[in-house]
Design a protein. Structure first.
Length: 256
């Protein structure tokens, strides 16, 4: 039988969460391929975030020291999510961000801190300047449901896209085009544009073509996607003055 324990919620209300299995030994294994690495020097926050990760069906790794973090970074993956506090006793979150950059960390990072909002956002900006994948920061105390949602949303982005996903996206008009201008270097005037397809996914956000075009290049679904891009591109330039050309990428399967 699973026992529940009570911890204080963001408003001081008692909230039931499952106990953390494996917190003392390191990693608690769940069915999802995503792993939540919680870097914090507060034991209660470590236990709480790890419990929430389990609810979201992700494995969890509590980290309260730099040496333990270094161990995790040895096999750190793009499918990992790092939840990082900015106040870590002798060190700070910014130093940890530098450490992650130096070790070529490809994991996504959520800054979780009781610091002012501007400090959290500055840390996010700093991480992005280092080339790290920084997600929306969160404040302490945090809402449990919001944290579960953030972890689940991240885990969903790690599931490979399928042709069925693309087909559904076409039906729901989730594709859009970004127009890259073509400029005449002599007159410095815009004479045309190239249409670049983007997928505005309701959960994953903007998806770039390198994530879905390769699996479609030799598939029949490439034709309706190309036609949709052509329709969007023509609509984007139809209201522009003058004689403006527009280019789209047409794969070989659409020309056969």
């Amino acid at each position: 039988m699973t026992h529940l324990r009570e911890v204080s919620g963001p408003a001081g209300n008692a909230t039931s969460v499952p106990p953390v299995f494996g917190a003392a030994g390191g990693e608690a294994s769940m069915s999802s391929g995503s792993r939540v690495i919680n870097v914090d020097d507060d034991e209660m926050i470590l236990n709480l975030v790890c419990s929430i990760a389990e609810i979201a069906e992700c494995s969890s790794v509590p980290v309260s020291s730099l040496s333990r973090l270094d161990e995790c970074l040895v096999d750190c993956r793009a499918s990992d999510l790092i939840v990082l506090d900015l106040n870590l006793g002798d060190t700070d979150g910014v130093s940890v961000l530098r450490r992650l950059h130096e070790r070529s960390c490809r994991s996504s990072i959520i800054v979780l801190s009781g610091c002012e909002d501007r400090v959290r956002r500055s840390a996010v900006d700093f991480g992005r300047q280092l080339g790290l994948t920084m997600l929306t920061p969160m404040a302490k105390p945090f809402d449990h449901a919001t944290m579960i949602s953030a972890i689940r949303q991240f885990a969903n982005t790690q599931v490979p896209l399928t042709e069925s996903d693309v087909q559904d996206a076409l039906k729901k008009n989730e594709f859009d085009v970004h127009m890259q201008p073509i400029i005449d270097i002599r007159t410095r005037r815009v004479v045309g544009a190239e249409a670049l397809v983007r997928w505005q996914h309701p959960v994953r956000g903007m998806i770039f073509p390198d994530k879905f075009i390769p699996m479609l290049e030799r598939r029949p679904l490439m034709l309706p996607l190309t036609l949709d891009v052509a329709r969007l591109a023509l609509g984007a330039v139809s209201g522009l003055p003058g004689d403006v050309s527009v280019g789209i990428n047409v794969p070989p399967i659409c020309l056969g």
